[in-house]
Design a protein around this ligand. Structure first.
Ligand SMILES: [Zn+2]
Length: 261
């Protein structure tokens, strides 16, 4: 079915690609990477303009250390990491290699591995092109609209939708959580990423348990969307843990033992 839709849209848009996500799922992507990266870069500039940046040296060092350990041993490339002054338990990653971590998250996590679980999850959304996938669904409806242009006008309906697609909807007053499939996929990709970097993947389960206790029904953070439920998410991670532990043991054998705290 998706293949047929892809073919029809390919004819209509000329830049369509049907791709396979890192977990093997078929995806419809109507936007080139360069355009999605541009959306991410513009969104990051807007947030840096609107939200105070933390100059706490220790928090910046920890966030930078975790992010660079994960990206250097998996995705490569240079990623910009910014710590924002905000009490919510939140973090995000954007196409164009941008990562934001909120100071509140440091109050929740018990160790570097739990913070690595959140950052890994967010990078998972980027690697699986979830923003491009959502933007493509929007494009299929609003053909001809420029999503980059929309990023410059966050108050317009399409601008709000564009921020929502990047997982940043809450910042601009519109809650547009990722779908359940995308959340589950980011969980699996994220736990593999952290394990490959030498962070203990079992801590991802502790993190979600902690998160579920600390928030008790508040759903403000991107990764706290109501779907999947914490119970489903923990069960799926437990099922996936043997594979993640394999990556973790390989990483340890390669001497990857990050010390970020
Ligand atoms: Zn997520």
């Amino acid at each position: 079915m998706l293949k047929k839709i892809c073919a029809a849209l390919a004819a209509a848009f000329a830049l369509t690609a049907c791709v396979t996500s890192p977990t093997g799922r078929s995806q419809l992507i109507l936007l080139p990477d360069s355009q999605v990266d541009q959306m991410g870069l513009q969104a990051f500039e807007t947030i840096k303009r609107d939200k105070p940046i933390s100059n706490n040296a220790r928090l910046n060092q920890v966030a930078q250390c975790i992010a660079s350990n994960i990206t250097q041993s998996t995705t490569g490339g240079r990623w910009e990491v910014v710590v924002f002054e905000d009490d919510s338990f939140n973090a995000f990653a954007l196409p164009g290699n941008k990562i934001g971590v909120y100071t509140g998250l440091f109050n929740l996590v018990a160790n570097q591995d739990q913070l690595a679980a959140v950052i890994g999850h967010e990078i998972g959304h980027v690697l699986a092109k979830h923003s491009a996938e959502r933007a493509s669904q929007e494009l299929a409806v609003n053909s001809g609209m420029s999503m980059i242009q929309a990023m410059g006008n966050p108050q317009s309906p399409l601008g709000q939708a564009a921020f929502g697609m990047l997982g940043l909807g809450a910042e601009y007053g519109v809650l547009m959580p990722y779908g359940r499939t995308q959340e589950s996929e980011a969980d699996i990709i994220g736990v593999d990423l952290m394990a490959k970097a030498g962070f203990d993947p079992r801590q991802s389960i502790n993190l979600w348990q902690r998160m579920s206790q600390a928030t008790q029904g508040q759903q403000t953070a991107e990764f706290l969307s109501t779907h999947p439920s914490h119970a489903t998410r923990i069960r799926d991670l437990e099922q996936h843990m043997p594979q993640a532990m394999g990556f973790y043991q390989q990483a340890q054998a390669m001497g990857r033992r990050p010390q970020c705290q």
